[in-house]
Ligand binder design. Structure first.
Ligand code: AP5
Ligand code: MG
Ligand code: ZN
Length: 214
């Protein structure tokens, strides 16, 4: 199954990806995670991406397309994949379609997760992430058993550099201007499913399962 998770910052893409991977056994490909890993390791790519990410802007298309398509050529993507946060512009979507058709593939379903703006802000500002294993938490909605400590691995929780109020507002407007047109793009392609992301975690996942089938 070849899937795309679409939705604004804070919609719950990363959170639902964990559950989708578990049930459908596809690799999770988050361009944001790839960039953050590169920033942590201090690579050239990380240095370039960081400038844009910290301001809440999009990393230039050509750079992202190169990263995503080379990841999709890896062995584990042969039987399917879950893209999270890519594509994010119509240009990226067109390039992805060209790449897939050249490789005899297509997207089976685009999961479009919708959540209103006020809730997005609250989710992002309260988000905490494990430094060691990447598990996601929320100070109110999904708090760890012990404050600041990961339930899964005991690692330290941190706040993403782009989860400040100012950057969050910017990311949401960038989403509306650059990424929202993708809803129409995939509507025309006829393979989009709309998921209400404002519900609790399990209800949102149930919506995804009903769109994809058991
Ligand atoms: P990226 O890492 O993709 O960030 P994003 O799209 O802004 O999305 P988030 O990861 O912030 O949100 P999410 O939907 O995954 O929410 P989560 O599940 O964590 O990209 C970061 C940056 O990289 C971009 O700004 C850009 O600069 C660059 N980039 C990446 N891809 C790019 C591309 N293709 N082109 C150009 N640039 C690119 O949940 C959020 C919080 O809510 C958590 O605390 C969670 O616990 C909580 N939560 C989740 N679900 C629920 C629920 N149902 N109820 C209550 N709380 C919930
Ligand atoms: Mg995410
Ligand atoms: Zn952890």
């Amino acid at each position: 199954m070849n899937l795309i998770l679409l939705g604004p910052p804070g919609a719950g893409k990363g959170t639902q990806a964990v559950k989708i991977v578990e049930k459908y056994a596809v690799p999770h490909i988050s361009t944001g995670d790839i960039f953050r890993k590169n920033i942590k390791e201090g690579t050239e790519l990380g240095k370039k991406a960081q400038e844009y990410m910290n301001k809440g802007q999009l990393v230039p298309d050509d750079l992202v397309i190169e990263i995503a398509t080379s990841r999709l050529l890896e062995e584990d993507c042969k039987a399917g994949f879950l893209l999270d946060g890519f594509p994010r512009t119509v240009y990226q979507a067109e390039k992805l379609d060209e790449f897939l058709s050249a490789n005899g593939k297509k997207i089976d379903c685009v999961l479009d997760i919708a959540v209103d703006k006020d809730e997005l802000k609250e989710r992002l500002i309260g988000r905490r992430v494990c430094k060691s294993c990447g598990a996601g938490y929320h100070v109110k909605n999904m708090p760890p058993a012990k404050e600041g400590i990961c339930d899964v691995c005991g690692g330290e929780l941190y706040q993403r550099a782009d989860d400040t109020e100012e950057t969050v507002v910017n990311r949401i407007s960038v989403y509306e201007a650059e990424t929202m047109p993708l809803v129409d793009y995939y509507e025309k392609a006829g393979n989009i499913a709309h998921i209400d992301g404002a519900k609790d975690l399990d209800t949102v996942f149930a919506g995804i399962v009903s769109a994809l089938g058991e």
